[in-house]
Design a protein around this ligand. Structure first.
Ligand code: ATP
Ligand code: MG
Ligand code: MG
Length: 387
């Protein structure tokens, strides 16, 4: 059988491997960690650094096409591989997503098509940039331009003094300062785009974050205003098309108050890969985000995914494995006794607080029921409730 390759061996790679194997492919994973979540389940595991020439040569030799699950894989590596095999997403698109400066500029450009733009922001690369920051961007959030995730590399700043201190604390690296917006809600959209330009989107996700980390995703009829969800889908497709993107892309949005009943969209950031907020699609849709990744990579047709169940996803962070400073095993039997609970654990051995260890998706006939069961599951696990 044909072999599909993935750069990165985290949980996203693991779920890609599962989807590829279910469709009859072999899967090869390249990740420096010899016991990565995806490497452990792959047919071929190449345990080298991402830019190791021998490792990349081996990957090329074994694979018909290559994708990525790790957004900070050097873009040059994708370009090198792309000279020999189909690589989706491509180096140029990933390079934009890797740098908040380029990303925001891209969003500003695609806003001309979609009408949905980024938050007011400024690029900070020097002392002079700091001095020029308009007062209207404060209070704001200073974000390192590169390498941030799960709220890492970000500082909330209320004044110019705090801004200067925060920039120094981040090591004076290139940053983007965004105005801190009053968020009414957050949502995200997953789009898959084929090499022929065909696009499909998953039903729109409503997301709840805690401490900068995704905690809950809800997807069901009525969870978001229909008009807003459609606008987010259109804006996401505009972003993908303008990038000439091939593969699975996730775009995150804020909903802010603008005096209208539904509120207005602001585009936050994108991930050039399947996304945590799309995990619900494994259990609640007829085509998951990982199957879409396989299809775009293998050049297979894209059909419009349909959600057959209402879904609520709860992230399971390492904190759950600790009680009053002592290691513990969460009560899986307790939550699995509830109807429609799907438990996913990523095979990580080290349950550090804040680390994504797994997730749980509740599927049900309607949103009311999915939420009721998810609240009960959260209570049984000791997770905080949400609205
Ligand atoms: P991810 O793991 O999603 O890649 P990240 O580290 O790239 O996270 P962001 O998506 O930029 O971080 O921000 C994380 C969260 O912080 C957002 O989902 C939102 O809740 C909050 N946030 C970020 N920027 C703003 C803003 N300008 N105004 C208000 N809240 C914000
Ligand atoms: Mg991010
Ligand atoms: Mg984010």
């Amino acid at each position: 059988p044909a072999t599909l390759g993935v750069l990165g061996g985290g949980q996203l790679g693991r779920m890609f491997v599962h989807a590829a194997q279910a469709m009859g492919y072999q899967a090869a994973v390249l990740d420096p960690d010899p016991v990565s979540p995806a490497g452990k389940v792959a047919d071929v595991h190449i345990a080298t650094a991402y830019d190791d020439e021998q490792g990349l040569a081996q990957l090329l030799q074994r694979c018909e096409a290559v994708t990525t699950e790790f957004e900070n894989v050097p873009a040059e590596v994708l370009a090198t591989l792309g000279a020999h095999r189909p690589v989706a997403p491509g180096a140029a698109a990933v390079a934009v997503a890797q740098d908040r400066r380029a990303e925001k500029a891209h969003f500003a450009a695609s806003a001309r098509l979609s009408g949905v733009g980024p938050a007011p922001h400024a690029v900070i690369e020097s002392e002079a940039d700091l001095a020029r920051v308009p007062q209207a961007l404060l209070p704001g959030i200073l974000k390192s331009a590169r390498l941030g995730y799960d709220g890492k590399g970000q500082r909330r700043v209320a004044s110019r003094d705090e801004l200067a201190a925060a920039w120094a604390q981040l090591g004076g690296v290139p940053c983007v300062l965004e105005r801190q917006l009053g968020l009414r809600d957050e949502l995200s959209v997953i789009v898959a785009r084929g090499a022929d330009g065909a696009m499909v989107t998953l039903p729109v996700q409503r997301n709840v974050h805690r401490h900068g980390i995704l905690a809950v995703t809800e997807v069901f009829e009525g969870v978001l205003p229909v008009r807003l969800a459609q606008q987010a889908r259109d804006a996401t497709m505009a972003v993908a098309a303008e990038l000439d993107y091939v593969g699975v892309l996730c775009v995150e949005f804020f909903v802010i108050d603008d005096g209208s009943a539904d509120g207005a969209l602001v585009v936050n950031e994108m991930a050039p890969r399947p996304h945590n907020s799309g995990h619900y699609s494994i259990d609640a849709c007829d085509v998951s985000q990982f199957e879409l990744q396989v299809r775009t990579l293998a050049g297979l047709p894209l059909t419009s995914p349909r959600a057959h169940s209402a879904a609520v996803m709860l992230n399971l962070l390492g904190d759950l494995w600790w009680r009053s400073g002592n290691p513990t095993t969460p009560d899986w039997a307790g939550v699995l006794a509830l109807p429609g609970v799907h438990l996913h654990l990523y095979g990580k051995l080290d349950a550090r607080p804040g680390r994504k260890m797994g997730h749980l998706t509740v599927t049900a006939a309607d949103g009311h029921e999915a939420r009721r069961v998810a609240w009960e599951a959260a209570a049984r696990l000791g997770l905080a409730p949400w609205r």
